[in-house]
Design a protein around this ligand. Structure first.
Ligand code: ADP
Ligand code: ZN
Ligand code: ZN
Length: 797
């Protein structure tokens, strides 16, 4: 028997499986989808078995054997193994990256050998100090040159060898004590009268006959120790068993189940269309304004799918995976639901994943990577807020969850629902062409009117002498709501406000020494931080350039607004929600529930609050600056602005109280703003499509972005240059090749970034050409220290 293995090795020019012999003792165990450790060159690497076969094109006698089998149950099934091959082509990634992204991070441990410092650094040989100076360990792989030295130190004991296995991979186990249910047994146990501890525990056990209690709990309740428990266990009073426990952040049983709602006529039409196609691979685009009852349709179609004994994946963007959202699913489906999001620890995620793997749950609600949930009998995939760019992964594999969903729907012959109030132009265009079936919800489910939207021209405000970031109408509206004891949401477009340090004498803005970007001022820690490479330093007291003391700190946008708000309405209770206040686990949740319970009048925040928020008492939403997304150097700027304004407006007037939205802008005449005012999606779509056609962007053209990084500017530029001329020789004449040019942020972490862009309509050779480029990269450029990133269909350019 021979195993085909995809190994975790980046620097090999050919991305293909390698053949390994399966040692006799492993032959009964191996299956495709298991992880293995195999020899590769002169080291051992991790890999995935992708196939098992009888023959090989190589000399069977010379095949190396698998070194170690890491799983007893495959972590990937046949479908996912197939999908990896497709993803490799589709996204131009290495197959290993595609395989790794499908399993929880806890299972992605590399099991690499490393050397860990075991003594003060001065005690080891000087050349090694340079290695260990950076971190307390050195990876065996990178230490080849100093191996001799390491060996000597190992012998001395100043360093130790260690295998880095992620702790999180470990299944959580608890020690359970199962007390016998027979009083007779307990009474027949002899305990010496002076063994007070044992006597006491015996009394406790008699009171808890037949119960199973976690040992730590028993120690607490019975006021006893583990050795005492063991001594009674030995005498037959109880049985000890280590049992697997799921790390569940929320106790499921506490959630009250709720029945389905009676669908409105419009919902019913959409529901029937989907329900009638449950065994087809149709893709539906559910275009429904905010609050139109899309989620209720999702819940009821999932219910149908479960009745057929199948499973469902419900994807939501990370930021809208609010407690409210997950609660709605648990209320409907109870413990049939697994939840996957970045707020969970790696261990918790692993546990949720195992529930899916073992078929213990039937529904998963999760962010992007939940699309890889290892269900075997999928009946439905839903992407809510399908336009969200977080569905595309930023690094390799640069997949879009929508594409993966459609691939899986074909595999399982099940439908996909793409839901949005503001569909992406790509999806809407496909619906227009009939590739997707369009379903429309034009009214809010409870028939509440859409909020009234007022646009305030900030240039006028300035002309009449108001320099505040609050326009007169917004300030008045805020005061009014405070008086009426209604709630307010203020939305700040994060990127628009800076948080940097500027010298008022020489104009210097503090820059990151490693990147072409200014440092961000963190008030809470009084540090200057680079958000690209992690560099930080304490805030200066004088200008580093001219030593002037006149330096000015600009707080993060929301902090600045908070201060101004405190001057405007000192009596208001304000909650702030931004990256600074939500860094701790559960903070997000706490802020939202405090606001929901009416503990604050105003919720002030960034993008994070644009979604999901569903509180009846919110009657005013203020958008402080609508323009900031509009001026991003990105072809999707108008689309993003339109989406954001629609989302934010959707937060107001969701219940009985009518809502008002006030949007402040310096370019109030822009079509993205005026059309978002009345949620006129179609006119917006037409305008924006015309722009895209004229400028040659998606959905009219496909785009590929190719970026090189290198420590040396000229090298990065020259690889990009070579790529451009290579592409020009290979691709068709109608295809546009733009660049090379320096990337928008031209240097990150001391690496220069150069890029070029391909725009094409039809390019049959593209996949092949990209593979060829990868091959050149892996056989030449990578050795010279370059990185190459190919992004097929980037979400922004
Ligand atoms: P969307 O997902 O489109 O924003 P939701 O499904 O969240 O809309 O519905 C908005 C509100 O309307 C929610 O409070 C929901 O409980 C309520 N709702 C949805 N459908 C119905 C219905 N058929 N009858 C009564 N209330 C409904
Ligand atoms: Zn200065
Ligand atoms: Zn930096």
């Amino acid at each position: 028997m021979i195993a085909e293995v995809i190994v975790d090795v980046a620097a090999h020019p050919i991305d293909r499986p390698f053949d390994y012999a399966i040692p006799a003792h492993l032959q009964v165990l191996v299956e495709p989808g298991m992880r293995v450790k195999v020899p590769f060159g002169n080291r051992k690497v991790l890999g995935f078995i992708t196939a098992i076969k009888d023959t090989t094109a190589f000399d069977p006698a010379r095949l190396k054997p698998i070194h170690e089998l890491m799983d007893v149950v495959p972590v990937l099934n046949e479908e996912l193994l197939d999908m990896a091959k497709w993803m490799k082509k589709q996204t131009v990634c290495f197959e290993i990256d595609a395989l790794q992204v499908m399993i929880p991070s806890a299972l992605r441990a590399k099991y690499e050998k490393r050397f860990v410092l075991n003594a003060p650094i001065e005690e080891i040989a000087a050349p090694l100090q340079a290695y260990f100076g950076k971190r307390p360990f050195v990876r065996a792989q990178e230490a080849v040159e100093v191996y001799g030295l390491l060996k000597k130190e190992l012998e001395k004991g100043t360093i130790v060898a260690d295998t880095d296995i992620s702790q999180q991979t470990a299944v959580k186990k608890v020690r359970m004590i199962h007390i016998t249910d027979s009083l007779e047994t307990l009474e027949s146990i002899e305990i010496r009268p002076n063994a007070k501890q044992q006597l006491k525990l015996m009394d406790y056990m008699k009171e808890n006959l037949g119960k199973s209690i976690e040992s730590s709990q028993m120690q607490k309740d019975a006021g006893t120790t583990l050795p005492t428990i063991y001594s009674l266990v030995e005498k037959g009073a109880a049985i000890i068993n280590n049992e697997e426990l799921y790390r569940d952040p929320k106790l499921q049983s506490e959630i009250e189940r709720k029945p389905s709602l009676q669908l409105t006529d419009a919902q019913q039409i959409a529901f029937d269309a989907i329900d009638g196609s449950l065994s087809t691979s149709k893709t539906f685009l559910l275009h429904g304004i905010t609050g139109s009852g899309k989620t209720e349709i999702y819940l009821q179609t999932i219910d149908q799918v479960l009745k057929e004994g199948k499973e469902a994946i419900m994807l939501v963007p990370e930021i809208s995976l609010t407690p409210q959202m997950t609660l709605r699913f648990k209320e409907r489906f109870g413990d049939m639901v697994a939840v996957l999001h970045s707020g969970l620890s790696a261990g918790e995620k692993y546990d949720e994943w195992r529930k899916i793997q073992r078929g213990e749950v039937k529904v998963v609600v999760g962010a992007r990577s939940a699309i890889f949930a290892p269900f075997r009998n999928l009946g439905l995939i839903i992407l809510d807020e399908e336009h969200e760019s977080s569905y595309k992964q930023d690094d390799s594999p640069r997949y879009h969850a929508r594409d993966v969903a459609i691939w899986r729907s074909e595999y399982h012959q099940c439908p996909v629902i793409l839901g949005s109030a503001t569909p992406s132009l790509e999806s809407y265009a496909r619906a227009q062409k009939g590739v997707y079936e369009l379903l429309v919800l034009e009214q809010r489910a409870k028939n509440q009117p859409l909020p009234e939207v007022e646009i305030v021209d900030m240039r006028e405000e300035l002309r009449s002498g108001n320099r505040s970031m609050f326009s007169v109408p917004l300030a008045e509206a805020i005061r009014e709501r405070l008086e009426r004891k209604e709630q307010i949401v203020l939305f700040l477009n994060k990127r628009g406000y800076s948080s940097f340090v500027l010298c008022r004498d020489c104009g210097t803005v503090m820059q990151c020494p490693n990147c072409d970007i200014s440092l961000t001022y963190h008030r809470s820690t009084e540090m200057m931080k680079c958000h690209y490479c992690g560099y930080d330093e304490p805030v200066p007291h004088t200008c580093p350039e001219c030593e002037s003391e006149h330096i000015r700190f600009f707080g993060t946008g929301t902090q600045k607004v908070e201060e101004e708000l405190a001057r405007l309405v000192p009596e208001a209770r304000v909650l702030r929600m931004d990256v600074d206040t939500t860094r701790n686990k559960g903070a997000h949740e706490k802020i939202l529930s405090a606001f929901g319970e009416g503990k604050a009048d105003i919720l002030l925040g960034t993008q994070m609050i644009a979604k999901g928020l569903d509180f009846p008492n919110i009657t005013l939403v203020g958008v402080l600056s609508a323009d900031t997304t509009l001026h991003l150097p990105d072809f999707r700027a108008a689309e993003k602005t339109y989406q954001l304004l629609t989302q934010v407006s959707g937060r107001a007037g969701r219940d009985v109280l009518p809502g008002t939205v006030i949007v402040q802008s310096y370019t109030p005449e822009h079509y993205a703003i005026t059309l978002a005012k009345d949620q006129l999606y179609e006119p917006f779509y037409d305008r924006e499509m015309a722009m895209r056609r004229a400028s040659g962007y998606p959905p009219y053209y496909f785009v590929v972005n190719i970026q090189f990084t290198h420590e040396d500017l000229m090298t990065a530029a020259s690889y990009a240059e070579q790529t451009v001329s290579y592409l020009k020789g290979q691709l068709s004449a109608n295809t546009l090749i733009i660049g090379p040019s320096a990337s928008l942020i031209a240097r990150v972490n001391n690496r220069y970034r150069y890029q070029c862009l391909i725009k094409y309509k039809k390019e049959p050779k593209l996949a092949e050409v990209m593979q060829q480029l990868i091959k050149i990269y892996r056989s030449e450029w990578i050795k010279k220290g370059a990185t190459l990133a190919i992004d097929m269909n980037p979400t922004s350019v």
